[in-house]
Design a protein around this ligand. Sequence first.
Ligand SMILES: Cc1cc2nc3c(=O)[nH]c(=O)nc-3n(C[C@H](O)[C@H](O)[C@H](O)COP(=O)(O)O)c2cc1C
Length: 169
Amino acid sequence: MKIIVVYKSKTGFSEQYAKWIQTALNCDIIPLNQLKTLEGYDLVIYGAGLMAGKMNGLKDFKPYIQGQKTIIYATGAISKDATEIVDKIKNDNLSQFGKDVPFYYFEAGLDYDKLGFFSKKMLKMMYNSLKKKTDKTAEEIGMMEAIAHSHNYAKESDILPLIETVKQS
Ligand SMILES: Cc1cc2nc3c(=O)[nH]c(=O)nc-3n(C[C@H](O)[C@H](O)[C@H](O)COP(=O)(O)O)c2cc1C
């Protein structure tokens, strides 16, 4: 089975996961902006970071899929234990692919040093609007904590369920 990992990564977290997956599967890897065709591949894994709940590049990636099996992973700053948010991320992002596409959320982190002015400003706005809210839910408090500072919780072993899914395909 010919497999490729396609990724879009602004600050390196999704790229790191793509490289871990490539090593585990000994498969091809390419950033989305260099992708020309997926012809000849049986299985395509797409990964990218989240911005306000939406995966980067998903709309640009979709037209490349021509019948190949697809697996999607998103990386973000929110805790993987925030199951309600993770379910919402899955539903919102997979609506265009169908519910049967396997989806994984990998808790990664946030790197303020690599973010541009507008991204930092957007995070600050998200943080301030959450801060102002009264009666915050546990998920909202989690989101505030996740975006307050740079952190890196990316873990290679988190890819194991995805690798298992590929091996069963
Ligand atoms: C403007 C902005 C919005 C973000 N929104 C979310 C979000 O809604 N949920 C989340 O878990 N992480 C969010 N993040 C954190 C990124 O998704 C996280 O750092 C991701 O791993 C980045 O991946 P990349 O470096 O591969 O692009 C946001 C980051 C930025 C800069």
